[in-house]
Design a protein around this ligand. Structure first.
Ligand SMILES: [Zn+2]
Length: 67
C-alpha cells in the first residue's frame, strides 16, 4: 500500500525567547508572525535563508501607537 507523500514541508527553528522548537510551514513569508507554543512569544520572520529562519520579536497586540 502506498501512502500519499505529504508535500508540505516543515522548517524547524528555535524560539529566540525560550529556545523551544518551532515548526513553520515552508511556504511562510518573510514578515509573517508565528507564535511560540512554549512561551507564547510572537515572533516575526525577519529572514528566510535556504530553510533557515531568523526570528525577531514581534511587537504586536494591543497598544494603540496612535496615528
Ligand atoms: Zn518560546
Amino acid at each position: 500500500m502506498l501512502y500519499k507523500e505529504v508535500k508540505e514541508k516543515k522548517m524547524k527553528s528555535n524560539c529566540i525567547e525560550c529556545d523551544g522548537g518551532i515548526e513553520v510551514s515552508d511556504d511562510v513569508l518573510k514578515g509573517e508572525i508565528v507564535t511560540c507554543s512554549e512561551c507564547g512569544q510572537d515572533l516575526e520572520i525577519s529572514s528566510l535563508n535556504g530553510g533557515s529562519i531568523t526570528f525577531v520579536k514581534a511587537e504586536v497586540e494591543g497598544e494603540d501607537w496612535g496615528e
